[in-house]
Design a protein around this ligand. Sequence first.
Ligand code: XUL
Ligand code: CO
Length: 436
Amino acid sequence: MSTGFFGDIAPITYEGPESDNPLAFRHYNKDEIVLGKRMEDNLRFAVAYWHSFAWEGGDPFGGRTFQRPWFGDTMDHAKLKADVAFEMFSLLGAPFYCFHDADARPEGKSFAESRKNLEAIVDIFAAKQKQTGVKLLWGTANLFSHRRFMSGAATNPDPDVFAYAAATVKSCMDATKKLGGANYVLWGGREGYETLLNTDLKREDAQMGRFLNLVVEYKYKVGFKGTILIEPKPQEPSKHQYDYDVATVYGFLRRHGLENEVKVNIEQGHAILAGHLFEHELALANALGIFGSIDMNRNDYQSGWDTDQFPNNTPEMALAFYEVIKGGGFRNGGTNFDAKLRRQSLDPEDLLIAHAGGMDTCARAFKAAAKLYEDKALSARVEERYAGWKSAEAKAMLSGKRSLAEIAERVEKKSINPEPRSGKQELLENIVNRYV
Ligand code: XUL
Ligand code: CO
């Protein structure tokens, strides 16, 4: 039976580019074949439980603006929340969702009570997944909201907090496995520091490395088939976070022997906070072989803060999806809307409008990127730019067959005097604009 929260709004369908219905797709036709796959399978959209159902509309200057009938600390509230959430997934035709333990269940008076609350909700989620066909893209543990985690989870100076965090992750991995989740995510909002004056960096790195190894060991022990993902972010809430960006995470994984076990979940807003383009982070993860999934959203470029807005910039998103496509597309990963309404967007329909718009813009951007890729509009030129490296002598230099002295000798003997060539940046930018 419907909760009635969304009134008489009908499921959102594809109506084509000419439609002016705010609750319709203009570009996202889930069955359209692009790059040999249905759009639904290319994009693998997921709704983030925390932003849409747990966040109350507060900001640093004011509290709750949303009035939702499921706000409260009881299991009945949590059940109503689950009912509305799955109604929304179905109205949107979103194939996946993602959640933290704390989004879904009330906090208990003890660890055991919190775990039991989670298990009860997981049973409800499992039944709803079966009814609706909606699946879990990833599960995760909230190791940052409760005051016990204020000085870190794995990196806490208190070993009891490390243990509590480990127990929490175990319960969330169990939940994710039970729900058939495609991935398990770790985002370390408090794994970092507020001040170096009270921090032992070396020790905290070792603690975090051991913690992640425990997670990977447990994955094999229980036979979880999904991918373990780390979500990089440079700061916020902590002044400095150890999973700063993709390059930093890769160094951490190498240091702890995990570069073949763990991949990354890359978020647009986090890339911007780290001083990178979203596509930079995606391209680097591909180059390092650790690309996993994306958190799609948009930062306000003026605020310098993680504003988690719904994505709406087609040209920027097309370049991001271009990197996803170049890397072979999503395998276990997908497009999770780690995005929240603005706090004045009070109406139930605003939740649907926001997601439908985000899905539509992603579809439009993905199709532009797919065409750019198929036409080799950029890649043929990139290949040409590096063509000199195909020569035998160039290959010999790279493969260790030439010493520095031998290379120097050849430069003099052949009077090598390289002539610079145009990088053609404006031409390439103009080409991209023809597609987006
Ligand atoms: C916080 C953030 C998290 C993670 C999951 O900035 O992105 O919501 O995605 O913990
Ligand atoms: Co995120």
